[in-house]
Design a protein around this ligand. Structure first.
Ligand SMILES: Cc1cc2nc3c(=O)[nH]c(=O)nc-3n(C[C@H](O)[C@H](O)[C@H](O)COP(=O)(O)OP(=O)(O)OC[C@H]3O[C@@H](n4cnc5c(N)ncnc54)[C@H](O)[C@@H]3O)c2cc1C
Length: 524
């Protein structure tokens, strides 16, 4: 997947079938769906793939125990099915995760066991395992650092876990392998309309070289998440606000706060929400929150009250109490929630199911949803274009579609840091064998090698240091200080591959360091 090759497709295609705006979970899913159906597909992403919300999830593939409690059975059923499909279609990334709910009141044992049995039932043959009640001793074995005082037992259940931005890159590759074109750093700056006022394409600007394009297309899909309103504004400056951003944060801690492979789930925090502490890439991700914010942001920052809440709640359930100085990285994301029809109400009441809106001009926008359901969302999105007569009818092909990198689950060795590359592992190892310098680590405390940087530039369209350290390897998200330490080295390796000079290295390094400081809670 090379950017210049993708760009050259713009000059050779006069009209696309499907133009998708936005390269997060929703847009990339749509690009895979449309390209595999055989439509001439173009996806334009203003920054890097998954730069916004789609790299900032809790990394769970879940039906949503919380939505079950809210009675949203249809959403839970859909998500459980999609969870199961992804375990098959991207085995290198999606895995089964054991969760334990510690019980501090005896009634919680039977209450959560019954609820989770129902959760298992809804997933039918795609179930990942049977939920069950466990006694206090077993709970302490499974969660060695859970607060033992007043603990009466626990409930085990199973859900899925994945690497969000890695899946995004693999979806982009899958779209390209099926004939689609995907371009990052290409911002849509306007919409083209025909004499009848119908959308017939987009205006876009290449943010790397400044070139502008007018691109024609039969169907235009707006998949810009929390930025949906901006595209709707281009279509009609008087449109109703349709998306409300709701922020959630995560703190990343050392594994010593919860050793082992099991995750802790706190089903009812002091503000009535859910908090997870989940092992991920050998660290512990703790979150999240749910706070309505005024404006969408590409780099949202945690609010003080969110930080205090996560630290205090984790501290209440863990024997080792985390403090600000223990935080290896902090990241915030914004959920693109469908605005409630009436004002008011809290964000936890806003449905997480997706909606597709069609403007009078024929612009289609998808809002809401979650990573887990991206495939179904994409299918519905493309089906909508068929229903509107914008695309000829063709069947969806993604239910059993293997996503780039997929290998049989039995071949995935999660004890190695590079398991996420799946079927690409041999090619990266070959780079290391051909040039032993590329087998060197980029940071002494982490296993990422220089070959992974070269690979990301050559094959995964990484253009900036941030693309590598935040989304191709996840160093910024698991250890922001280490990411700062190796930024210059990464910039130098990239510059060699991309033909950039020393000024680029200096500018990129500084830019990345400034960004990375926002992922730290104490100065560095
Ligand atoms: C804190 C948090 C935790 C979550 N945890 C989970 C979880 O564990 N499991 C789960 O299933 N879901 C989870 N979600 C939900 C999930 O992450 C989101 O539903 C999903 O990532 C949204 O993807 P998207 O493509 O709609 O939006 P985004 O990822 O935001 O993508 C939109 C893209 O559009 C681009 N764009 C904007 N304007 C333009 C333009 N003019 N031209 C071109 N491109 C443009 C942006 O740069 C961006 O990349 C979580 C969400 C949050 C906030």
């Amino acid at each position: 997947m090379k950017r210049n090759e993708q760009l050259s497709n713009l000059n050779t295609t006069t009209e696309w079938d499907a133009i998708i705006i936005g390269g997060g979970a929703s847009g990339l899913g749509a690009a895979v769906d449309a390209s595999t159906r055989g439509y001439k597909t173009l996806l334009l992403e203003a920054h890097d793939f998954a730069k916004a919300t789609s790299s900032r999830a809790t990394k769970l593939l879940h039906g949503g125990v919380r939505y079950l409690a809210q009675g949203d059975i249809a959403l839970v059923k859909e998500a459980l099915r999609e969870r199961g499909l992804l375990e098959r279609n991207a085995s290198h990334l999606a895995k089964k995760q054991v969760f334990v709910i510690p019980n501090y009141k005896w009634i919680d044992g039977p209450f959560y066991t019954i609820g989770l049995k129902f959760y298992d039932m809804l997933s039918k043959k795609l179930s990942l395992g049977k939920s069950r009640h466990i006694n206090k001793q077993k709970t302490l074995e499974m969660l060695p650092t859970v607060e033992p005082k007043s603990l009466c037992g626990g409930v085990i259940y199973y859900d899925g876990q994945f690497d969000d931005s890695r899946l995004a890159v693999n979806l982009a590759q899958t779209a390209v392998e099926n004939g689609g074109t995907v371009i990052n750093y290409m911002k849509v700056i306007g919409l083209l309309k025909n004499d009848a006022g119908q959308i017939c394409g987009v205006k876009a600007k290449d943010l790397i070289n400044g070139n502008e394009y007018e691109i024609k297309g039969k169907a235009v899909f707006n998949a810009t998440g929390v930025f949906t309103n901006e595209i709707l504004n281009m279509n009609d400056p008087n449109h109703k606000k349709t998306v409300v951003p709701s922020q959630g944060i995560h703190l990343v801690l050392d594994k010593s706060f919860l050793p082992g492979d099991n995750a802790l789930m706190i089903p009812k925090t002091s503000d009535g929400r859910v908090l997870f502490a989940v092992p991920w890439h050998n660290r512990l991700v703790v979150g999240t929150t749910d706070v309505l914010v005024e404006k969408p942001s590409l780099e949202p920052r945690a609010l003080e009250k969110e930080i205090e809440f996560v630290l205090a709640t984790a501290g209440q359930y863990l024997t080792k109490k985390p403090t600000r100085k223990d935080v290896l990285s902090i990241f915030a994301g914004q959920r693109p929630l469908a605005a409630p029809d009436k004002d008011g109400g809290s964000t936890k009441e806003v449905s997480r199911s997706h909606k597709i809106l069609v403007s009078d001009s024929g612009l289609m926008s998808i809002i809401g949803g979650k990573w887990t359901t991206f495939r179904q969302m994409a299918e519905d999105f493309i089906d909508k274009a068929i229903e509107l007569g914008k695309l000829p009818s063709k069947e969806c092909k993604t239910v059993n579609l293997s996503i780039h990198g997929n290998v049989p689950a039995s071949q995935v060795d999660r004890s190695k840091h590079n398991y996420i590359y799946g079927s690409d592992i041999p090619a990266i190892q070959k780079l290391e064998q051909e040039n032993p310098d590329l087998a060197q680590k980029i940071h002494p405390n982490h296993n990422y090698t220089k070959a992974e940087i070269v690979w990301a530039v050559k094959e995964e369209m990484a253009e900036k240091v941030e693309d590598i350290l935040a989304r191709r390897v996840r160093l910024l998200f698991i250890d922001a200080r280490a990411a700062i330490d190796c930024a210059e080295e990464v910039a130098r390796i990239m510059a060699k591959e991309l033909g950039h000079d020393a000024d680029w290295v200096a500018k990129e390094t500084e830019e990345f360091k400034t960004l990375a400081k926002g992922y730290l809670l104490v100065n560095y």
